[in-house]
Write a protein that binds this ligand. Structure first.
Ligand SMILES: O=P(O)(O)OC[C@H]1O[C@H](OP(=O)(O)OP(=O)(O)O)[C@H](O)[C@@H]1O
Ligand SMILES: O=c1cc[nH]c(=O)[nH]1
Ligand SMILES: [Mg+2]
Length: 211
């Protein structure tokens, strides 16, 4: 499993504004959207492509195009929905499937309440979207499920992570798993409620104006 924390001043600048408790929901949504487009650039370096011949107005040229089957993008509802548009803007031909997951705020265990994915994920390259990687329980369950269903390459794009969460996912999927986590930032840890510190609070509530 590979971890990539994006090191770029624009990403850090947008993340700082995103964290600020004074940032309102419309601005939070716009920043999450902008951040995912920047992260997508890094996260898709390994997207599968094949040679593709085209005719320019001047000559024949060999370039590349995305291969079939298309990449599959899976936002984890609710908060992951705030990253979907930014991702599909970068990879417009991707197919989109959905997982609805909720973390029990007492036990911190994740459960799945919605599942709308293609029947067969054999050999699929999957991009999972979820802004927060806290204890890692949610992402570990999601990635394990996608791989059990046949996905053979999974990249999780998250805005913020904590070391405990990354290690939990690593333990769950295994060191050699074809899994990559791309983060805009890694925070020092979690508080007693399983929230990322300093973090940005509840990503879903902030995206969708829940006070
Ligand atoms: O790493 P974990 O400890 O599992 O926590 C992270 C999860 O918690 C948040 O979702 P939440 O359960 O609050 O659902 P929501 O998207 O509906 O807000 C977040 O979007 C992740 O899915
Ligand atoms: O810090 C956290 C942890 C879990 N979910 C969130 O939205 N934020
Ligand atoms: Mg939430």
């Amino acid at each position: 499993m590979r971890l990539h924390v994006v090191d770029h001043p624009l990403v850090a600048h947008k993340l700082t504004t995103l964290r600020n408790r004074e940032t309102d929901s419309p601005t939070f949504r716009r920043l999450a959207d902008e951040l995912v487009t920047l992260l997508a650039y890094e996260a898709t370096r390994g997207v599968r492509v094949e040679e593709h011949e085209i005719h320019t107005p001047v000559a024949v040229a060999t370039g590349i195009k995305l291969t079939q089957p298309k990449p599959l993008v899976v936002p984890i509802l609710r908060a992951g929905l705030g990253m979907l548009e930014g991702m599909t803007r970068m990879v417009p031909t991707a197919e989109v499937g959905f997982l609805g997951m909720i973390r029990n705020e007492e036990t911190l265990e994740a459960s799945t309440y919605a599942n709308r994915l293609p029947d067969d994920l054999t050999g699929r390259q999957v991009y999972v979207l979820d802004p927060m990687l806290a204890t890692g329980g949610t992402l570990a369950v999601a990635i394990q499920y996608l791989m059990e269903r046949g996905a053979d390459d999974v990249t999780a794009i998250c805005l913020l992570g904590a070391p405990e969460g990354v290690e939990h996912v690593r333990q769950a999927v295994g060191e050699d798993a074809p899994v990559q986590i791309v983060l805009a930032g890694m925070d020092p840890g979690l508080n007693e409620n399983g929230y990322i510190v300093p973090g940005l609070g509840d990503a879903g509530d902030r995206l969708y104006g829940v006070v």
